[in-house]
Write a protein that binds this ligand. Structure first.
Ligand code: AMP
Ligand code: MG
Length: 522
C-alpha cells in the first residue's frame, strides 16, 4: 500500500497527556492516543473500490494481508499514531457532558489528488471515551452503516463514506431490544472516511467547560483546513464559519427529505461540522410517506427525530453550536441573524426541492398549496414514497383525469382497497390541478420525466433490504451485501434485473425488528 500520510489533527491540536487507555474525563485536549484492539480472526467482507481509488489504493491493495490487518486494527501503519476524539453533545435535548469516540479510532489522514481524508475504524475497541460500553460493533449495525453511507453518496446526499467492512472473528454481547435478553453476535469493524469527523459536540465540550483557549485552537484548525477561504482568528471568520455550517446542515437535511431518509438520532454529537450525514445508527427510509415516522424505538414516545421534524432539529442543534462558538464572537445578534436566515432559506430551498420532485420549475404562487395538498394526500392511506415520486414522471400532462387516472402511481398504494370515496376524490382533484399546472411548464413530458428521474431515486436501501443482507451475513452468505452495494451505486438508473427491489415493503417486514423498529443497540 502506498498511501500519502499527512496527519493534521493529531499533530496540530492539543493531545491528552495521559497515554493509558482508561476511561476518564479528558480536559484541555482534543483527543487521546489509543491503540486499536487485536481481533482473533479478521476477514474483509467487502471493500469499496471507488473510494479506494480516491485514496490512492489499488484493487490489489484491497486483497492484501496488510490491508486486512490495518483496517481491522490488527496492525498500525508505521509512523502513524491512532487516536480517539474528545467531544460532548446534547442527546435528545439534554446536555450529556463528555461523550467522545467511544468505539471509533482514527488511524491517520491521507492526502491524495489534493484532497485530505481522515480514516477511522468503528468498533475497534475501547478508548478513554467508552464510558460503560465495550468499544465494539456488531455485524448487523456495521452492514447497515457500510451499505447506507455508500448508497447515500451515490444518491448525491452529503455523507461520510465507508472503505471496508470486516469481521473481527470475535463475539460481541448485545441486548437488541434492551429487555434483558442479551445474545452473542458477530463482531465487525467498518473503516469510515471523511475529510474530517468533527462534530458540533467537539466545539460544545470546550465551551461547556469554559475552556476558551482550546475552543479557539480547534476553531482555527477547522477554518484553516476545511474552510480555508475564511479568516481564522477573527470574529468575522468565526461568524462566516458558523454561516457555512448552517447552510450545509440545511442542505443536507433537505436532501434527506428529498430521498425519504430519517436519521433517527440527530443528537449534536451526531452532527458533522461539514454537513455530512454521520453515524448511521437506527436510521430508516420512509416506506409509507408519513411525517410522524421514526425508526428509532428509543424515541418512540416523543418522536423528536421523526421525518417531519428533522429541519426543526437541525435548527435546534445549530443553536447549540451558536452557543458553543459564542465565546469567540461575543455578540449574539449576528448569530441570531444567521439562524433566522436558516428558516428563510429553508422555505425557499424546500419549495424548490419539492417542486423538482414533481417536475415543476417555473415560479407559480400556487405551488406551495399544491405541494401541501400532495403531502396531505400521501398520508391519507399508506403510500410508498419512493414508488409514488418515481412513477409520477409517467403522468402525461394532456391525459384525461378519467377512471384510470391513478394507474401510473397505483403500485405505490399499500392498501389499494382504501383508495376510494373521499380519498379518491381528493386525489382526483389534486391530479386535475397538477396536470393543469404542468401545462404552464414549457417542457415535454419526456424532458420532465428525465429531470424528475434525477431527483427521485428508483432504488434506496429499504429497511427490509438491509435486514435481508444481515440475515444472510449472519449465516455467512454475503451475496446480498454485494448485490445491494452494486445496485445502489446507480440509484437513479433503471436496472432491469433489479425490478424486485423497486417494490413495496413486504408485509412480513411491517413490524419486524431491524426493518421498521430499530434500537440504538449496535
Ligand atoms: P451514538 O448514539 O451511537 O451516536 O453514540 C453516543 C456515544 O456513545 C458516542 O460517544 C459513542 O462513541 C458511544 N458509544 C456507542 N456505542 C458504544 C460502544 N459499543 N462502546 C463504546 N462507546 C460507545
Ligand atoms: Mg454518535
Amino acid at each position: 500500500m502506498n498511501l500519502t500520510i499527512k496527519d493534521t489533527f493529531n499533530t496540530e491540536l492539543p493531545a491528552d497527556h495521559l497515554k493509558e487507555n482508561t476511561r476518564r474525563q479528558v480536559m484541555q485536549a482534543c483527543f487521546s492516543f489509543v491503540t486499536p484492539k487485536s481481533t482473533s480472526k479478521p476477514g474483509i467482507v467487502h471493500a469499496s473500490k471507488e473510494l479506494a481509488r480516491d485514496l490512492g489504493l489499488t484493487e490489489n491493495d484491497l486483497k492484501s494481508e496488510e490491508f486486512k490487518n490495518i483496517f481491522t486494527g490488527n496492525s498500525i501503519l508505521p509512523d502513524t499514531n491512532p487516536y480517539a476524539m474528545c467531544y460532548g453533545g446534547h442527546q435528545f435535548g439534554n446536555w450529556a457532558g463528555q461523550l467522545g469516540d467511544g468505539r471509533a479510532i482514527n488511524l491517520f489522514e491521507v492526502n491524495h489528488n489534493n484532497k485530505q481524508w481522515a480514516l477511522q475504524l468503528k468498533g475497534a475497541g475501547e478508548t478513554p471515551y467508552s464510558r460503560t460500553a465495550d468499544g465494539l460493533a456488531v455485524l448487523r449495525s456495521s452492514i447497515r452503516e457500510y451499505l447506507c453511507s455508500e448508497a447515500m453518496y451515490h444518491l448525491g446526499v452529503p455523507t461520510t463514506r465507508a472503505l471496508s467492512l470486516a469481521l473481527t472473528g470475535d463475539q460481541v454481547l448485545r441486548d437488541v431490544l434492551y429487555n434483558g435478553n442479551p445474545e452473542y453476535e458477530k463482531g465487525a469493524v467498518v473503516c469510515r472516511v471523511a475529510p474530517t469527523f468533527l462534530r458540533f459536540g467537539n466545539f460544545e465540550i470546550f465551551s461547556a467547560r469554559q475552556d476558551k483557549k482550546t475552543l479557539k485552537t480547534l476553531s482555527d484548525y477547522t477554518i484553516r483546513h476545511f474552510f480555508p477561504h475564511l479568516k481564522e482568528g477573527t470574529k468575522e471568520g468565526y461568524l462566516d464559519f458558523f454561516r457555512e455550517v448552517t447552510n450545509s446542515t440545511l442542505d443536507m437535511i433537505i436532501h434527506w427529505q428529498r430521498v425519504g431518509f430519517v436519521h433517527g438520532v440527530m443528537n449534536t454529537d451526531n452532527m458533522s461540522i461539514l454537513g455530512l450525514t454521520i453515524d448511521y445508527g437506527p436510521y430508516g427510509w420512509l416506506e409509507g410517506y408519513e411525517e410522524g415516522w421514526t425508526p428509532n424505538t428509543t424515541d418512540r414516545q416523543y418522536k423528536r427525530y421523526r421525518y417531519g421534524n428533522q429541519i426543526n432539529i437541525g435548527l435546534w442543534n445549530l443553536y447549540q453550536l451558536a452557543n458553543a462558538l459564542f465565546p469567540l464572537i461575543e455578540d449574539a445578534k449576528p448569530l441570531e441573524a444567521i439562524l433566522k436566515e436558516y428558516l428563510e432559506n429553508y422555505a425557499t430551498k424546500y419549495l424548490s426541492m419539492m417542486k423538482s420532485k414533481i417536475g415543476l420549475f417555473k415560479p407559480d404562487g400556487n405551488d406551495p398549496e399544491l405541494l401541501a395538498r400532495l403531502e396531505s394526500n400521501l398520508q391519507l392511506t399508506e403510500t410508498d414514497m419512493t414508488i409514488f415520486f418515481r412513477n409520477l414522471s409517467h403522468i402525461a400532462k394532456d391525459s384525461p383525469t378519467n377512471d384510470n387516472f391513478l394507474a401510473p402511481v397505483w403500485d405505490a398504494f399499500y392498501v389499494q382497497e382504501e383508495v376510494k370515496g373521499h380519498i379518491l376524490e381528493k386525489w382526483k382533484l389534486w391530479f386535475t390541478d397538477y396536470k393543469s399546472r404542468l401545462q404552464k411548464e414549457s417542457i415535454s413530458d419526456g424532458e420532465r420525466a428525465e429531470k424528475m428521474n434525477k431527483v427521485n431515486p428508483k432504488y434506496v436501501l429499504r429497511n427490509y433490504m438491509a435486514q435481508l443482507a444481515i440475515d444472510g451475513a449472519d449465516k455467512g452468505d454475503h451475496t446480498l451485501i454485494n448485490e445491494f452495494f452494486q445496485l445502489l451505486k446507480h440509484p437513479y438508473q433503471e436496472q432491469s434485473t433489479a425490478e424486485k427491489w423497486f417494490a413495496k415493503r413486504p408485509e412480513w417486514a411491517r413490524h419486524k425488528v431491524g426493518c421498521s423498529m430499530l434500537s440504538c443497540s449496535s
